[in-house]
Design a protein around this ligand. Sequence first.
Ligand code: GDP
Ligand code: MG
Length: 399
Amino acid sequence: AKEAHSRERMHVNIGTIGHVDHGKTTLTAAITKYLSEKGGAKFYSYDQIDKAPEEKARGITINATSVGYETDHRHFSHVDCPGHEDYIKNMIIGTSSMDAAILVVAATDGTMPQTREHLLLAKQIGVQNLVVYINKADAADEEMIELVEMEIREVLDKYGFNGDETPIVIGSALCALEDKEPKIGSESIEKLVEALDNVPCPDRDLSSPPVFPIDTVHSIAGRGTVITGCLKQGTLKKGDALEISGFGKSMKTTVTSMEMFHKILDRVEAGDQAGLLIKNLKREDLRRGMVAVKSGTFKPTRGIVATIFMLSKKEVTGRAVPLVSGKDVSILFKTWSVNTRCPADDESEDGAAKMVMPGEQGSMKMVLRVPMMIMKGDRFTIRMGKSTVGTGMVTDVYD
Ligand code: GDP
Ligand code: MG
């Protein structure tokens, strides 16, 4: 029999963000190494984190790249985004449920384009708090590190984080992983973990009806279908009747059991990264981006009104293009994207803009190709090809 999950420690979702090669995966491995020595984690090697293919997942595994660990005060699930070609998409999916993020910046480079792009997207997705880890302190001199720290505080302010108050830890993830130079190695991880234990987390909304966006779908031999994701609001328990919708489909099911990191849950609470075993549906019926709600509480929609912000050339790596009525774009919500059209002029209601120029903000109506489960306040990214060209927040939904 499986152990029951204990609620003694608050569950917090975090992850590593930052420019490629700055050491996100090395740091993730170093944290599990440090905490495994204290009995709060299983050690995951660099290769296990970086390569973990989804097929390797056995039983209810939350996400191919997420690891779990605990400190004296908190239980963490930590996402390390793979250095994939479509990195930004992964990063958005990875950060979709983060309460806080660890921004990794190599002292040898300082902040880079992806550092800024990740900050912009993290803020946009709703990540409020960060802890910064200045990595590769073994390969940079003190003066350089000081400059990088100053630069980071400035960039944090620029993207709407608190540059003065954000904890910045200096160290070397590689030294920690290889048991070298404890001052910048293991001691820096100790400081980082302490900062993670104290990072403010959003309050959990336990009283609203449950909303469970699906991250992954697994078929488990002899047991059935498991959906994983982070419960956005409310609570769920065994026997609850759910309706799962998205991409134009709607299906009914019942929860038969619930787990988090291989431990049984008697109820899932908002903020939990959980796996739900469900009745009567097959893996082929379901996909990432569908949302499970209690039957009769929310329904999917095609029409949204959103506040749009289009990126200018000065911003990060986005292309500078206007969003124009009548144009088709792809909008990327936390875990899914669909083609979307901004209605042509004559369909647009009063007050809704017909065009939002680069660097400007405006309200636009948008019509999704298929009905999706969308709520007011949901945020999305506007993409053209592989470029991020703008961001938006849903202010209303309509039929
Ligand atoms: P990611 O792309 O951000 O996940 O970066 P990785 O963790 O894959 O690291 C990129 C490279 O930087 C690898 O070759 C690491 O061995 C190296 N690296 C990571 N941490 C350190 C460090 O503290 N010092 C030095 N000198 N190299 C590091
Ligand atoms: Mg990596």
